[in-house]
Design a protein around this ligand. Structure first.
Ligand code: ACO
Length: 271
């Protein structure tokens, strides 16, 4: 089969199919969507097709979905970009960064923006995204975990922002959430040394919300999903919107925003 059909059990309007070369699995079960990077034999290395598939899922996510779980098949969440993309041959059918190096600035920028689109939608207020991370989360893999709202990790996790060691910068939307989570000094330390951050440190510095034994990862994620779904949906969306806006507002502005969201809630509940 040329295309692996997205499996649907929740029943929603609008089918999407994820191209097989993306090695991404996508399932919707009622209010929960699960995205699985599914190339364990290559440690879920990512290609342009991976990012296109992620973007396409984001564009067509059914309105009923409230929680999106992102995980990797096998021992590693993701070993980052497929290193073939740095060779002149590239990934068959997808080109390489070597060829992109000679493209004009606009085309290059467009390619990066397309790749980033696969990551950015995971922050939408309408959903809560959870990265379930075991083993390696390197480069693009680390950034995919950072693009989610929450990270629940196995005790064998190892995060590494390897890009600077390869002469690159992290450009898949990971730098802002990293700084916001751990602070500028720690982000500089992690990125400019390309060192590994393991589970205990990830928990201590705020990179992970929860560390569990590897065998317990799926259960821990299921429990978190159940907790998230137990809260009123519209209140959750409005509260996430408030929390996301808080950093950019003064206390006074944030208080006003709280009042406005609350007015809408009270009218919806009792009006
Ligand atoms: N791109 C392409 N293939 C990869 C990648 C990758 N990023 N990572 C692993 N693979 C392949 C290996 O080549 C190997 O293939 P083979 O079986 O055909 O030889 C297979 O996946 C398994 O890899 P191993 O190295 O044998 O697995 P191990 O568990 O021992 O190590 C690790 C995993 C640490 C992730 C190692 O594979 C590694 O260092 N990979 C490269 C990481 C990297 O530099 N990523 C780029 C970051 S920068 C960015 O993302 C922008």
């Amino acid at each position: 089969m040329a295309e692996a059909q997205a499996r649907q059990r929740g029943g929603y309007a609008g089918e999407i199919s994820v191209p097989a070369e993306s090695a991404v699995r996508y399932e919707v079960d009622g209010e929960i969507a699960t995205i699985t990077l599914d190339r364990p034999e290559k440690r879920n290395a990512q290609t342009f097709a991976t990012w296109s598939a992620l973007a396409r899922i984001g564009e067509s996510l059914p309105g009923q979905v409230r929680v999106v779980v992102v995980k990797g098949e096998g021992p590693s969440f993701s070993a980052g970009i497929d290193l073939r993309m740095f060779t002149p041959e590239g990934v068959p059918g997808q080109g390489s960064f070597s060829s992109a190096a000679t493209s004009d600035g606009t085309a290059f920028e467009q390619r990066i923006r397309q790749a980033q689109a696969g990551f950015l939608w995971l922050r939408r207020p309408e959903i809560v995204s959870i990265a379930a991370v075991r083993g390696h989360a390197i480069g693009a893999g680390f950034q995919l975990a950072l693009s989610c709202d929450l990270r629940i990790v196995a005790d064998d996790v190892s995060f590494c922002m390897k890009e600077p060691a390869l002469g690159l910068v992290p450009d898949l939307t990971g730098t802002k959430p990293l700084v916001e989570l751990v602070g500028l000094a720690k982000a500089i330390d992690i990125c400019l040394t390309a060192r590994t951050v393991r589970a205990d440190e990830a928990m201590r510095i705020g990179l992970a919300e929860q560390v569990v034994a590897g065998d317990d990862l799926d259960r821990a994620v299921r429990d978190k999903v159940a907790q998230l779904l137990s809260v009123n949906r519209d209140a959750a969306v409005a509260t996430k919107r408030l929390l996301q806006g808080a950093r950019g507002r003064s206390l006074e502005e944030q208080s006003v925003a709280e009042g406005q969201e609350q007015e809408a809630r009270i009218r919806a509940l009792f009006g």
